[in-house]
Design a binder for this molecule. Structure first.
Ligand SMILES: [Zn+2]
Length: 369
């Protein structure tokens, strides 16, 4: 259940001669409706005669239902506008990792990035950002995740830990058996489960329980990374977001000094965690956590951090941030999505900051003037 092919109506076919980064080959590509082909299409308009191209970036942890300041959006227009900000930065597919405002109407809309929605976040009562999650008691969590599984596009989002103010530190949202049962309930409905974790304790439990992707994952250990690699559990590290841990710690210091100290330590060790995940063979994908505390349109910044802080080679960052990420989300490889850069992003990833041309669902949506 992913965003389907758009019937691109009267869009004129497009032609481009580019270095196609997924196979490192100079190719004549034709975009005919919402489909890419190497077969010449009569009457195609040539829109690029050079440059380096890929099928768009993927922000695999993004929230177009949450506005800056961590409040729910209030209209479809607001979600659309946030998604367009990401799109104009080259992001043509979004896995929405939880939205308090449902927007199924936008799936498949012309001009919208491909959307893979996770429904509404599920969290423990009074243990998440106010007004963002469906908050549950332990005996409600499994049923709620099963319900959310029917409302998204094949994913659900579980908040696995958060500050426990009674303990003054991070703690799992639920007991291990509740987290495990909740993940199993979503799987039984055919959904994959993305789990937010910061702490060591929560991530150990949800990796064991077979979560499909770990979001953030600052508390991951070597043993858990090996287990993730073996079972194919992905990591979406959201390094842009983890960069804010010192600020979160500073804000919490007076009331919750142990939590502040814990967050600082997790933040300081995180580049090594991502590097080790990569080296262990864990599938690592790009996610910015835009919405709430992080601006939209920061995919290039996250790629920069994956490369410079976690040491992932630029060509590999491009692969996971684009065609491999799309494959992971179940998007067909021949959809009519292309982003062209004028210089080679494998030599300097900064090239992805300024797309030259963006084609989405078979139509030009951005051209650098
Ligand atoms: Zn998030």
């Amino acid at each position: 259940m992913t965003d389907s092919r758009t019937s691109a109506g009267a869009a004129r076919p497009l032609h481009m001669r580019v270095v196609w980064l997924p196979d490192d080959t100079v190719r004549d590509l034709y975009v005919d409706g919402d489909r890419i082909t190497s077969e010449p299409v009569p009457g195609a308009e040539t829109v690029a005669t050079g440059g380096y191209a890929l099928p768009g970036l993927v922000d695999a942890h993004c929230h177009i239902g949450i506005r800056r300041g961590a409040a729910p959006i209030e209209s479809l227009d607001e979600a659309r506008s946030l998604a367009h900000t990401d799109r104009d930065a080259g992001v043509l597919a979004i896995r929405d990792a939880g939205s308090p405002f449902p927007y199924p109407e936008l799936v498949g809309e012309d001009g919208m990035p491909r959307l893979v929605r996770a429904g509404h976040h599920v969290a423990a009562s009074r243990r998440y950002l106010r007004d963002i999650a469906i908050e549950c008691e332990p005996d409600e969590a499994a049923a709620e995740l099963a319900r959310q599984a029917k409302l998204g596009d094949g994913w659900v989002k579980l908040v696995g830990d958060w500050i426990d103010r009674s303990k003054g530190d991070l703690a799992p949202s639920f007991e291990p058996e509740v987290l495990t049962a909740a993940i199993a309930a979503a799987h039984a409905e055919g959904a994959k489960v993305a789990v937010h974790t910061f702490s060591e304790e929560a991530v150990a439990c949800v990796v064991e329980a077979g979560a499909d992707s770990i979001e953030h994952g600052t508390g991951l250990s070597t043993a858990l990374l090996d287990r993730m690699a073996a079972q194919g559990t992905a990591l979406v590290p959201t390094m842009v977001n983890i960069e804010t841990f010192d600020d979160i710690a500073a804000g919490a210091e007076a009331k919750f000094p142990a939590y502040a100290d814990h967050m600082r330590r997790l933040g300081a060790g995180f580049a090594d965690v991502v590097r080790e995940a990569w080296e262990a063979g864990v599938p690592v994908y790009l996610g910015t956590d835009a919405g709430g505390g992080i601006d939209h349109g920061l995919a290039a910044e996250e790629m920069h951090l994956l490369h410079t802080r976690a040491g992932i080679p630029a060509a590999e960052v491009l692969a996971v941030a684009s065609w491999q990420g799309r494959h992971w989300l179940g998007l067909p490889p021949d959809l009519g999505d292309v982003v062209v850069y004028d210089s080679d992003p494998r030599s300097d990833l900064a090239a992805v900051r300024e797309p030259e041309l963006i084609v989405l669902r078979g139509r030009v949506v951005h051209r650098r003037s």
